[in-house]
Each structure stands twice: as C-alpha cells, then as structure tokens.
Design a protein. Structure first.
Length: 347
C-alpha cells in the first residue's frame, strides 16, 4: 500500500471519529463537518510528515539497500538513486527472496565445507599410504643391505614404485589446480578423433590383454571425424576413460568406443561390460579421490583423480561429460566435442 493511501485512510478514520464525537455532544451536522474537515486535514498533514520522515524514508532506504545488494552492487552503489513506488510491499518481497537466496548460499557453503573436509582427509590418506610404505622399506633396507642384497633390491624396487605413485599423485593434483585456474592453456586445433582414439587403444592394448579385455570401435567408420579441440588433452581424456574401463572390467570383457554425429558436435561414448556402478555413486563419480571400491582402486595403483581430470579438461573445452551405469551390466561415459568448421576443412 502506498504511503498517501495509508495516510488518507488513517486521517479519514481520525476525522470521522472526532466528527462523530462532536456530533454526539453538539447535535449539529454543521459542527460535525467543521470538526471532521479540520481534524482530517490536520491528521493527514501530521501523519504524512511523521511517517514519511521517521518510518517510510527508512523503509525506502532499507529497500534500496536490499534491492541493489541483490544485484551484486557494493555498498556505495547500493545507496544510489533507485526508488520503489511501493517499498512497503516490495521490501517484504525482497526480504523473502533475499532470505531464500541466503539460505541456499548457506546450504551450498555447508556442502563445500563438507567437500573440503573430505578432500583434505582423502589427500592426507593418499599421501600417508605411500610415505609410510617408503619409510618401512627404507628401514628394512638399512637392516639387510649388507647381509641380503637380493632382499634389499626387492625392497628398493618397492620404495621406487611408491615414489612414482607419489609423483603421479602430485602431478595429477597440480594438473587439476592449473585447469581450474586456467593456467594450463587449451591449444585448439583440428584433428581426426578416430585416429587419436586408435592410437590410445594401441598404447593400452597390452594392459587390456593382461586383463583379458578387448578394445574396439563399436562401428566401422568410413570417413574422418574432425574435431576442434586440444589434441593432447583429449588424448588424456581417452586414456583415463579407457584405463578406468580396464580397471573395473571383467575378465573376457570388452570396451567399445562409439561416435554419434550431432548438429555441431560429436558425441563420443566409451562403454564397457564391467562390474557397473550403483546409482547412488553416479553424482559423486567425478569428485577428487572419490572411489567406489577403494581396495581395488589402490590395488590397481590409481590416484583417484582420473575422472576429476577428465571433467576439468572437458569443462575447459566448454563441453560436458555424463555417465550411466547398471551394476553387473556395464558403464558408459559420454562426452561431446566441437566439430571442426567445415569451411576450414575445404581449404
């Protein structure tokens, strides 16, 4: 309700009350109208001045602050010229919206705090495991290096493997950090994705054979699949996804790559018929260090950062990745890549 309407109603009520009281004692309509007119005008002017100066003006200031701060302006800008025509109603709505936004922000901060705690706990655990192992191997080496050289060499090799694991872990964390801050540039170029995928499959063939898993394209491709992306970053994406499918695949299983042509993108799917993933894990699958089967993952030697790196690389390309899976049936990772400009290909 606007201030003028509010004051008018109040003044009418006061004027009518005084007029009726006067009529009761005087019994004259003339004095009723005179007292009503004087009290109405006086009440309107006094109430309007007092409400405007001491209440309404402050409400307008509060409304301006809330409205402009919601728009992301700083305090100086928030004290600007914007004025609502009906701040009493508007301030209620603005406060409700602002309170809702702050509630969502607090919930998000709580989730981020929980993620931070889990992340620090996971980082601590991932570093402690190889460090304690190295410490134990070095202590054993000190005891047997002179009396049992063969055992010493064996433990030295194990210590070396754990140092390599630490190195991989640090490099992966560094890669994610740089991808998040944009320190690693994305070098876009045109290349044939099919050729790249075959190169990755050839490089991982021995590992796949050791796990009795067959790597293949699901369909035959007669033409090139030219994409516009960072070739080496996409190579890393394919290596991580295929390694993941090998790690969680079943013996005599298969991993297949399939490409779908969309309007201005290609959709690439990496599908396996491995152990699958329960639905409750899918939303967290791309988090750092998130593992479904911690024992098996560490046995395979992974850092728990592969899928997080994949997600960050694709987000740096302004592309998306998704996953669908059914336990004991298999898992499919699907991501998009931008098509190369056809006009450039004809040059």
């Amino acid at each position: 309700m606007k201030l003028s309407v509010l004051v008018l109603i109040t003044a009418l009520a006061v004027g009518l009350s005084i007029g009726l009281v006067n009529f009761h004692f005087q019994g004259s309509w003339y004095y009723l109208l005179i007292s009503f007119g004087i009290s109405f005008v006086t009440s309107f002017l006094v109430f309007y001045y007092l409400l405007e100066k001491y209440i309404y003006g402050k409400i307008k200031l509060i409304y301006k602050l809330i409205h402009n701060l919601k728009l992301g302006k700083d305090l100086k800008e928030a004290l600007g010229e914007y004025v609502s025509s009906d701040p009493i109603n508007d301030v209620e709505q603005e406060v409700k919206e602002w309170a809702g936004a702050k509630k969502r922000e607090i919930e998000l901060l709580k989730k981020q705090e929980q993620f931070r705690r889990e992340f620090l706990s996971n980082v601590s655990h991932e570093f402690k495991t190889p460090l304690f192992a190295i410490q134990g191997y070095i202590e054993t080496l000190q005891d047997c290096i002179a009396d049992d050289p063969e055992t010493a060499i064996k433990f030295l090799k194990k210590a070396e493997n754990n140092v390599e694991r630490l190195s991989y872990l640090i490099n992966d964390l560094d890669s994610i950090s740089k991808l998040e801050t944009g320190e690693i540039p994305i070098n876009f170029q045109k290349f044939d994705f099919v050729v790249l995928a075959k190169e990755v499959m050839d490089s991982l063939e021995d590992r796949a054979m050791a796990n009795k898993i067959k790597l293949s394209f699901k369909d035959k491709y007669t033409g090139p699949t030219i994409v516009f992306a960072d070739k080496e970053k996409i190579r890393q994406v394919m290596i991580n996804l295929i390694q993941n499918s090998i790690k969680y695949g079943n013996e005599n299983g298969a991993t297949a790559i399939k490409i779908f042509e969309l309007h201005d993108q290609f959709l690439i799917e990496v599908t396996d018929n491995g152990i699958g993933i329960e639905e409750k894990h899918l939303n967290r699958l791309f988090e750092r260090f998130y593992r479904i089967d911690s024992h098996r993952s560490r046995k395979e030697g992974g850092t728990g950062l592969g899928l997080a790196i994949v997600k960050h690389i694709l987000e740096a390309h302004q592309q998306t990745i998704s996953v669908r899976s059914t336990p004991n049936i298999g898992t499919t990772f699907a991501f998009t890549l931008e098509k190369a400009n056809q006009n450039d290909l004809l040059k």
